[in-house]
Design a protein around this ligand. Sequence first.
Ligand SMILES: Cc1cc2nc3c(=O)[nH]c(=O)nc-3n(C[C@H](O)[C@H](O)[C@H](O)COP(=O)(O)OP(=O)(O)OC[C@H]3O[C@@H](n4cnc5c(N)ncnc54)[C@H](O)[C@@H]3O)c2cc1C
Length: 285
Amino acid sequence: MKPAPFVYHRPASLPDALALLERYGAEGRVLAGGQSLVPALNMRLATPGALIDINRIPGLDEIRLGAEGLVLGALARLDAVERSPLVAAHAPLIAQALPHVAHLAVRTRSTVGGGIAHADPAAELPACLVALGGTVRALSRRGSREIGAAEFFRGVCTTALGPGEVLTAVVVPRLAPGWRSRFDELARRHGDYALVALAAHARVADGTLAEARLVLAGVGATPVRAARAEAALAGRRMDAAALDAAARALAEELDPPSDVHASAALRRHLAGVLLRRAVRGLLEA
Ligand SMILES: Cc1cc2nc3c(=O)[nH]c(=O)nc-3n(C[C@H](O)[C@H](O)[C@H](O)COP(=O)(O)OP(=O)(O)OC[C@H]3O[C@@H](n4cnc5c(N)ncnc54)[C@H](O)[C@@H]3O)c2cc1C
């Protein structure tokens, strides 16, 4: 199929992009890497009246360590983020997750802003951002605001971004002493969206996970934080019984969907497999 007709704009500055977004309202759509939006246009799953291509706007592709933490600009390409020494040092969870996103050719175009704004429930980056306690920077002609990642994802491909708003960057807090990360996922084939993914971020002290943040993708409409499993891990010696108890707590608190890719029961099982791997990895690292 071919896309429905649309007007195409390629603004050279953020103010121009914001003016266009305001002019078109709900009919306007930001185009970044195009790796999700263009297929959706071609299948007429999306029929915006206007595309606002932000690729030529300078300064949106930064990868920078600032006082507020690691700043990843909306137009930072996923392959650049994956290769960044700053990301490896300050957000190892993201560095571990990105090789699971599609294939290299797709990652050379896909952007951080697109991966977050698209808000696919099985996507890796949203789960990482929630696990790391990151924030999303949004800008419109009304001003700028910062939205906590936990509040940003509202449903399947639905976010807190309002009309006229563009995502300009995400910010990941600086890695605090003692915190370690493990990302892993299970998919039918490498590069497919995850059946289940687990972004695990934990403070390791005295051979235990003193605090843990566990966020899963593929098990709900948004990234899902596993509070009961986190509590079952916190401060415990991780022998076989404790690991079994944490996996049981996780299975009980998840309510994953059944679809053509996997049943709910399989997703629950896979989540437990990932949890066991993550705990071992975090304690051994
Ligand atoms: C074969 C294939 C496999 C894939 N596998 C995976 C996978 O395993 N995991 C995964 O996470 N993704 C996967 N993707 C999706 C890919 O990573 C997308 O590129 C990404 O989700 C969207 O990024 P983009 O820059 O291409 O955004 P686009 O496609 O340009 O935009 C996607 C959506 O986000 C909005 N948007 C983009 N940027 C902004 C912004 N700055 N502000 C406001 N709104 C914005 C657009 O309006 C649109 O609604 C796959 C894609 C392909 C083609």
